[in-house]
Design a protein around this ligand. Structure first.
Ligand code: AMP
Length: 307
């Protein structure tokens, strides 16, 4: 049994009210894999980079036990680059630059030993590439989770809609849910999006937590009120990594277990935002993760007796 993670491995340049970085390592697949590995240790990564990419980071991924056989390194080409600037509330950001570089003609190749993965995380990436990966699987995974963003809704909506018909869980943020559905109410938006294909929808709301919908039920996970938030980049991906990592570990894809999984996802996101880039995710211990999850439990546990 394994977890296959597909997405960008990238360079990011980030500006927040607390500082600015030059090119640092990021990318959806980096955050997803690093978060998932706290729960599950048979992870394969499919992505593409140029030969300008940081070798130390690749060594870190390998050291963490992430299988990089599906990571293509293109000689003489540049890695995907994204740059963004956060507004003062840290919940909203503007994309300043997206340079596809190696992503422009990426032809993913799923390694033989990952084609039967039971858990597939299609991280934020060109929708046609996500579909290409899905088609290479030798059998349908037990669970397919897909993450995407407004950028792809703007330029590749029809491909994205094809993907939605094939997946189990979609994770997007609140403004993307409104864009995709054309509805302002998130409840109506969720109903419309579930009609497009996914059985379950996660709507991420930054510091206001996350909502989990299926056709008839809704569940809410808060975000932890943190003293220090430096950089929200990768929060959504770390969330997705914690979510699918926990489901893979427990092998239980029921809605009840997904309620627990979004708490673990929220816990991983909370670590990511405390520092710039992937730094905080790399150095955690299992105790750090357990204690953080306990903080979530304490935050929302209350007794009420209704008479
Ligand atoms: P998140 O903050 O969770 O939405 O993820 C941020 C990460 O997504 C960054 O590390 C970027 O490298 C990556 N990213 C930004 N734009 C795109 C895009 N259009 N496609 C794929 N990945 C992207």
């Amino acid at each position: 049994m394994s977890l296959l993670v597909v997405g960008t491995v990238a360079y990011d340049a980030i500006e927040t009210p607390f500082g600015k970085t030059d090119k640092i390592v990021g990318g959806a697949a980096s955050y997803i894999a690093l978060a998932a590995k706290y729960f599950y240790n048979n992870i394969h990564l499919v992505s593409v980079i140029g030969d300008d990419f940081d070798q130390n980071f690749l060594a870190t991924l390998k050291k963490e036990g992430i299988n990089l056989d599906g990571l293509q390194i293109k000689k003489g080409e540049k890695s995907f680059f994204w740059s963004g600037k956060y507004h003062n509330d840290l919940n909203t950001r503007d994309t300043l630059d997206t340079q596809l570089n190696v992503l422009a003609d990426f032809n993913p190749i799923v390694p033989e030993n990952a084609k039967n993965a039971e858990f597939l995380m299609l991280g934020n990436l060109v929708p046609a590439v996500q579909m290409n990966v899905l088609k290479q699987m030798s059998k349908r995974p037990k669970l397919i989770v897909l993450d995407t963003m407004n950028f792809w809704m703007d330029i590749a909506l029809s491909d994205l809609k094809e993907n939605l018909k094939e997946i189990d869980v979609l994770t997007i943020n609140d403004s993307e849910a409104r864009q995709l559905s054309g509805e302002y109410s998130l409840v109506k938006a969720a109903q419309k999006i579930i009609e497009m294909g996914p059985k379950v929808l996660v709507i991420k709301k930054g510091e206001h937590g996350a909502l989990l919908f299926n056709k008839t039920e809704v569940f809410f996970a808060p975000a932890l009120p943190l003293e220090e938030v430096f950089d929200p980049t990768g929060a959504g991906d770390s969330f997705a990594g914690g979510f699918i990592g926990y489901l893979a570990k427990t092998k239980d894809i029921s809605f009840e277990n997904m309620k627990r999984a979004i708490i673990f996802g929220s816990a991983m996101a909370s670590f990511t935002v405390e520092k710039f880039g992937t730094e905080n995710l790399i150095n955690l211990t299992q105790t750090n993760v357990d204690e953080r999850v306990q903080e979530f439990v304490n935050l929302v546990q209350f007794d009420i007796s209704l008479v």
